[in-house]
Design a binder for this molecule. Structure first.
Ligand code: AP5
Length: 214
């Protein structure tokens, strides 16, 4: 199965995509995580992406398409994958179509759009903490680490993301509405888009996701 998660910042793409990937036994490919790793490792990609991400803007399409082309060529992606954060523009969606099997897209492809209103998003992001080492996602109110600010999985200190400032979140929401919503329409016209209510406890949202994939 090939699954794409589309949704505004803070809608729960990462939380749900990780869980679905582990249930289905296929890789979770998050372009945000790949970029954050490149920034932490100070690679050339990371140096280019860091200031763009900090401002809440999108990294150029050619860089992102190259990253996804290389990642999907790896052996573990042959049996399926979950894409989280890609495609985010129409150019990226069209390039992905070419990569996964022709102009009509792959028959195994499902696109899930998480619907979450902006006011809920702002509350979620304000209290989000993530692990810079293993990428685990927490929320100080609804899903805190068991032990203060220490990651349950790897023991690193969990932190707020540098692009979770009020100004960057506003910019990311604007990019989502202007550049990514047309991607949802692109998949709607192919009849492979499923809209999922992303509000409610994480377990309930996950059940909705599983039902929408049946
Ligand atoms: P990316 O990392 O993809 O960020 P995003 O799309 O803004 O999404 P987030 O990671 O902020 O949120 P999420 O939907 O994963 O929510 P989460 O599960 O964490 O991209 C970052 C940047 O990289 C971009 O701005 C851009 O610069 C660049 N980039 C990446 N891909 C790109 C591309 N293809 N093209 C160009 N540039 C690209 O949940 C949020 C919080 O809510 C957490 O605290 C969580 O615990 C909590 N939560 C989750 N679900 C629930 C629930 N049901 N109830 C209560 N709390 C919940």
């Amino acid at each position: 199965m090939q699954v794409i998660f589309i949704g505004p910042p803070g809608s729960g793409k990462g939380t749900q995509a990780k869980r679905l990937a582990s249930t289905l036994g296929i890789p979770h490919i998050s372009t945000g995580d790949i970029l954050r790793e490149a920034v932490a490792d100070r690679t050339e990609l990371g140096r280019k992406a860091a200031p763009i991400m900090k401002e809440g803007k999108l990294v150029p399409d050619d860089l992102m398409v190259g990253i996804i082309r290389d990642r999907l060529a790896k052996a573990d992606a042959r049996k399926g994958f979950i894409l989280d954060g890609f495609p985010r523009t129409l150019v990226q969606a069209e390039k992905l179509d070419n990569l996964v099997g022709g102009g009509n897209g792959s028959r195994n492809l499902r696109v899930l759009q998480l619907l979450v209103p902006d006011d809920v998003i702002v509350k979620r992001i304000a209290l989000r903490r993530s692990c810079p080492e293993c990428g685990a996602i927490y929320h100080l109110e609804t899903a805190p680490p068991a032990n203060d600010l220490v990651c349950d999985r790897c023991g690193a200190e969990v932190v707020a993301r540098p692009d979770d400032t009020e100004q960057a979140v506003r910019k990311r929401l604007e990019s989502f509405h202007r550049q990514t919503l047309p991607v949802a329409t692109f998949y709607k016209t192919k009849s492979i888009l499923r809209e999922v209510d992303g509000v409610g406890p994480v377990d309930e949202v996950f059940e909705r996701i599983e039902r929408s994939l049946q």
